[in-house]
Design a protein around this ligand. Structure first.
Ligand SMILES: *Cc1c(COP(=O)(O)O)cnc(C)c1O
Length: 429
């Protein structure tokens, strides 16, 4: 039996869902999704839901995309996977070359990981190992920003500052130096003070450019990042730009960093999530000639030491290459798509129940005021939204839309109308 009820019950028994209090699964049963079609997810009973959060920010062109399916099928029939040590293959080479070209060659070396958290791990290790190779092993501390999110494996969690993900595991984590987030006043002075205090022991500063995602879509402008780049250079620390969520067009440009500078890049840029358009797990750590060359040596131990079985998986790389091909046509349409969202949501952002309306490219967010949100706001909003054909999961009181790049004016209007209807039901005026 594969009826929806049956699937949800079997899921509760056998599948341990992520980011979920399993004791609440009866109150919030998982949607039994049978298939996807464009931005729509269709459940086993034939009901549809607009995937307003792009399935945790990974989807770009809609679900079950024919071009991506074809690229994946073709690669699966040709060469699904081969180890990337001792062998290489065209999909990996092409992907690395394409991404290098997008940075004008500034980040010409790509290391492959399996998911976002592993990209963070790789960048932290690579940064510290770089300094060690330069005879500065004391440079192995990291500065992370308040509210930053970089994944949940132990190393990545060490530089993540989201209490709900971190508190239970705090005893397992390496100490990290926390500075204020870039949208906070005085952040840059505080980061500089930390760099001074660390007296040359800071290997790298890690940041989510333009939008801090997991802590509730907190946004800052490119100017702060320009200054942060200069600070890192001045104090001899690497800058790691975690574009796992904001890369692949999410902010309106392929890399969020393009809005900061196309001349002065971070030392590391991390990509994952959208890079395969929501089809397969893959991540990349892009870095510079300077970093790359510090690892060249006759000694194996001076080389970068990080291996995982599926590194550079050919099917995932083929999907990513298809995403990059498609982005050529999609990128120019993003400003208009973002404008449709802005116009459709303008009345809602002016609603007295709502505050801190904000938008960067294809991410639009607002907070529901504390006094109207009520208990279990995020869960209630998510449940009520289902009845309005929306799949949406607020973060605390922050409601956000991060849809696939398929937004025209009527779709944006429809989304705004459904979000308002949900809000009216959850927080009646
Ligand atoms: C999602 C995310 C990660 C972690 O990626 P996973 O694939 O979930 O491990 C890291 N950094 C940012 C900014 C993210 O949004």
């Amino acid at each position: 039996m594969n009826s929806g009820k049956d699937l949800a019950a079997r899921s509760r028994a056998a599948v341990w869902h992520p980011c979920t209090q399993m004791a609440r699964l009866d109150a919030v049963p998982p949607l039994p999704i049978a298939r996807g079609e464009g931005p729509w997810l269709i459940d086993t009973e034939g009901r549809r839901y607009f995937d307003a959060n792009s399935s945790w920010w990974v989807n770009l062109f809609g679900h079950a995309d024919a071009g991506l399916a074809e690229a994946i099928a073709h690669q699966a029939r040709t060469l699904p996977h081969v180890m990337l040590a001792g062998c290489t293959h065209a999909p990996a080479v092409e992907l690395a070359e394409r991404l290098s070209a997008r940075t004008g060659g500034a980040l010409g070396h790509a290391f492959f990981g399996s998911d976002g958290a592993s990209a963070t791990e790789i960048a932290l290790k690579m940064s510290a190992h770089y300094w060690r190779n330069l005879g500065q092993p004391q440079k192995c501390e990291f500065i992370a920003l308040a509210g930053g999110y970089h994944g949940e494996t132990l190393g990545a969690l060490s530089v993540t500052d989201v209490a709900i993900f971190r508190d239970a595991y705090a005893p397992l984590l390496r100490a990290t130096h926390l500075a204020p987030a870039l949208h906070e006043a005085g952040a840059l002075a505080a980061i500089e003070a930390k760099l001074l205090e660390l007296k040359g022991r800071c290997a790298a500063v890690i940041v989510e450019p333009l939008i801090q995602g997991a802590s509730g879509m907190r946004m800052h402008g490119p100017e702060a990042l320009r200054e942060l780049r200069a600070l890192c250079t001045r104090y001899g620390a690497h800058l790691i730009a975690d574009e796992i969520a904001v890369g692949c067009g999410r902010t309106g440009t392929f890399f969020a960093w393009e809005q900061v500078s196309t001349a002065s890049w971070p030392d590391f840029v991390l990509l994952s999530k959208g890079i395969t358009g929501g089809t397969l797990p893959l991540s990349l750590v892009l870095t510079t000639d300077t970093v790359f060359e510090a690892f060249l040596s006759p000694e194996v131990a001076r080389g970068f030491l990080h291996s995982h079985s599926y590194t550079g998986n050919a099917i995932a790389c083929a999907a990513a290459n298809e995403v990059l091909r498609r982005m050529e046509a999609v990128l120019p349409t993003l400003p208009a798509q973002a404008k449709h969202l802005r116009e459709a949501f303008a009345p809602l952002l002016a609603d007295p129940r709502v505050e801190a309306g904000r938008q960067t490219g294809m991410v639009l967010a607002f907070d529901v005021r504390a006094e109207v949100a009520g208990e279990r706001f995020a869960e209630t909003f998510h449940l009520v939204a289902r009845a309005h054909e929306l799949l949406i999961r607020p973060i605390g009181r922050s409601v956000y839309l991060m849809p696939p790049y398929v937004i025209d004016a009527p779709t944006a209007q429809w989304l705004a109308q459904q979000v308002r209807a949900t809000l009216d039901e959850v927080c009646p005026r």
